[in-house]
Design a protein around this ligand. Structure first.
Ligand SMILES: Cc1cc2nc3c(=O)[nH]c(=O)nc-3n(C[C@H](O)[C@H](O)[C@H](O)COP(=O)(O)OP(=O)(O)OC[C@H]3O[C@@H](n4cnc5c(N)ncnc54)[C@H](O)[C@@H]3O)c2cc1C
Ligand SMILES: NC(=O)C1=CN([C@@H]2O[C@H](COP(=O)(O)OP(=O)(O)OC[C@H]3O[C@@H](n4cnc5c(N)ncnc54)[C@H](OP(=O)(O)O)[C@@H]3O)[C@@H](O)[C@H]2O)C=CC1
Ligand SMILES: Nc1ccccc1C(=O)C[C@H](N)C(=O)O
Length: 503
């Protein structure tokens, strides 16, 4: 008599149905895992739960790293999201004088894309929900995890009860205040660092205007990310598909604390953002300012990200960064792409095997992930912090514009050919870290935003080296200009003296 053994599929629990959790659930389900996805909040697709999420961080800039990750895991979804996004080709800078300055992101016209956060999250949720291997549970908050026994305690808010469930692999994608990270810290010697910056953010809605036919129209150019840099604070605006803009004010708590009354708020906006105020409207501004939440900005760093062969944190749970590079989610989605390709490289199976090779391989994958990903995540976190200074202050300086011109000139002279996202996608779907050193001169923004084949750590190192060269060249430029000026004055001094003498 022959006995057939029914294969036992491995079970993963993904905590948090944000974009990173949903993409992780999809990636594992495609590899044959049985996935339970637990989300503490209600289903955001239901009209009744809209109110809770509608006020914060309404849209996001998604760029090549995020798109490459979506393409690697769910290509159809990536295309769908891109069609629902608005391309932003550059920054539009609003000077206090009222002058506008358009600064393109890329010489080859590559752009970042403004996308509705809900649309992205719900689209990914939809895909995960449709997979026969994924079960999604809303109103289910994970409260504790026992990693030694591979079990988890969950509170079901609907029935107001708690239960315990087992897992083979736990993925914490539960955002900045991750419970899974906190639970892991009890068993892992995790180095953890958390910093609140002194600035907060507040969102304001800029309505659509009306064209001659009474149809809704954008009040600002829809294909720019708009910035009102005011040195110690700034206002930005990203376009939405309904022709409105979501404006975000980033400012130190002390500055915002002073703005208590409607008159104060209006006077402050008239002083610093008169053109934005005209577009938002006095009434709407005061209402949003007084009722929308003011939220803190947090930066967290963790190391390692995993525990043995059974737990890992991804996305904001592992690395919350300030939003100033528009890379937080891009990096989170990239985490999923890298983990998925490592699973494939090590040949991790979703079926239990008696020799336990699965556990050993999974443990290798998680260790490789921590070892290779940490330096990258620290690099982008630091770059994000620096980009705040660039956005709120440097973009208005002549020295910045001079360096930027030089940067672009060197890029044009060394002329590395544009590497398109389409050409990278097949490699990025299978290789965690495409090898090879980036050739030629590449501006920092191009590398961070448009080159997912260059890891963030390499980007940071190459940019630091290029920055020193730019500083050197700038000094040479200033010295040459100074010398030329002196020579000119010296050689024309006779004429000058005659002129002064006769007039
Ligand atoms: C103002 C602002 C602007 C930003 N703009 C950009 C941008 O332009 N581009 C970009 O790339 N990034 C941007 N980011 C960053 C981006 O929002 C985050 O990086 C991204 O949302 C992280 O996704 P996530 O899935 O890891 O976490 P989250 O989106 O936080 O999802 C975590 C989920 O886990 C759930 N959860 C939490 N705890 C539990 C629990 N115990 N049990 C069950 N469920 C739980 C939460 O309810 C939530 O749904 C911005 C951030 C801010 C604040
Ligand atoms: N890097 C940064 O500076 C910031 C990043 N973000 C990220 O943006 C994304 C979406 O933003 P949004 O939906 O507004 O996120 P929220 O901050 O509103 O909530 C995300 C999750 O964190 C929990 N949470 C929020 N504040 C705390 C706290 N003080 N202590 C414990 N748990 C808390 C929430 O729990 P509950 O549902 O019970 O309220 C929820 O589960 C998230 O990834 C967040 O991580 C958000 C703000 C700043
Ligand atoms: N999405 C954001 C949210 C908040 C602050 C900045 C962004 C950006 O995307 C900035 C853009 N990368 C820039 O450098 O101009």
């Amino acid at each position: 008599m022959t006995t057939t053994t029914i294969p036992k599929f491995k079970k993963a629990i993904v905590v948090g149905a944000g974009p990173v959790g949903c993409l992780t659930a999809l990636a594992l389900a495609k590899r044959g895992w049985l996935v339970d996805l637990f989300e503490g909040r209600p289903d955001s697709r239901l009209a009744t739960s809209k109110v809770a999420t509608a006020q914060r961080s309404i849209n996001l800039a998604i760029s090549h790293r995020g798109i490459a990750a979506l393409e690697a895991i769910e290509p159809a979804a990536a295309q769908k999201f891109l069609q629902s996004s608005i391309p932003m080709h550059g920054r539009m800078i609003y000077k206090l004088s009222g002058e506008l300055d358009s600064q393109l992101y890329d010489r080859d016209g590559q752009c970042i894309n403004s996308i509705d956060r809900d649309l992205l999250n719900q689209g990914l949720l939809e895909e995960a929900d449709a997979s026969p291997n994924v079960r999604v549970f809303f109103n289910h908050k994970v409260v504790a995890a026992d990693f030694e026994n591979k079990s988890m305690t969950i509170r079901d808010a609907t029935s107001n009860s708690e239960f315990t469930t087992d897992f083979d692999l736990c993925i914490g994608a539960d955002g900045s205040y991750s419970v899974i990270r906190r639970q892991m810290m009890r068993v892992v010697r995790m180095n953890y660092q958390q910093e609140y910056i002194k600035d907060e953010y507040l969102e304001l809605r800029m309505p659509a205007g009306r064209d001659r036919n009474g149809e809704p129209t954008f009040l600002l150019d829809p294909n720019h990310l708009h910035i009102w840099p005011r040195h110690s604070f700034m206002l930005i605006a990203l376009p939405n598909k309904d022709k409105t803009f979501t404006c975000t004010l980033f400012a130190p708590t002390a500055e915002l604390d002073r703005l208590r009354s409607a008159d104060c708020i209006l006077a402050w906006f008239k002083l610093y953002f008169p053109d934005a105020l005209r577009a938002i409207g006095d009434k709407s501004l005061v209402k949003d300012f007084m009722t929308n939440p003011r939220s803190p900005l947090i930066c967290t760093k963790s190391n390692p990200y995993h525990y043995k062969d059974r737990a890992i944190i991804l996305g904001d749970a592992a690395h919350s960064m300030v939003p100033f590079y528009g890379q937080g989610l891009n990096a989170g989605l990239e985490d999923v792409r890298i983990l998925s390709t490592l699973l494939d490289e090590e040949g991790v199976s979703s079926i239990s095997d008696p020799q336990n090779t699965h556990d050993r391989r999974l443990s290798t994958v998680l260790q490789r992930y921590t070892d290779t990903r940490h330096e990258d995540l620290i690099a982008i976190s630091d770059l994000a912090m620096n980009n705040y200074v660039e956005m709120r202050h440097s973009v208005t300086l002549l020295s910045y514009l001079f360096r930027k011109t030089l940067d672009n000139l060197l890029y044009a002279i060394t002329a590395p050919e544009m590497v398109s996202l389409a050409s990278l996608i097949p490699t990025l779907a299978t290789v965690p870290y495409p090898s090879g050193k980036p050739k030629g001169w590449l501006p920092l923004y191009t590398m961070v935003t448009f080159r997912p084949d260059i890891n963030y750590a390499t980007v940071k190192k190459k940019a630091a080296c290029q920055s020193s060269i730019l500083t050197g060249l700038s000094w040479i430029g200033v010295s040459v200009l100074g010398a030329a000026g002196t020579w000119l004055v010296w050689s024309t001094r006779g004429m000058l003296l005659d002129y002064l003498h006769n007039n």
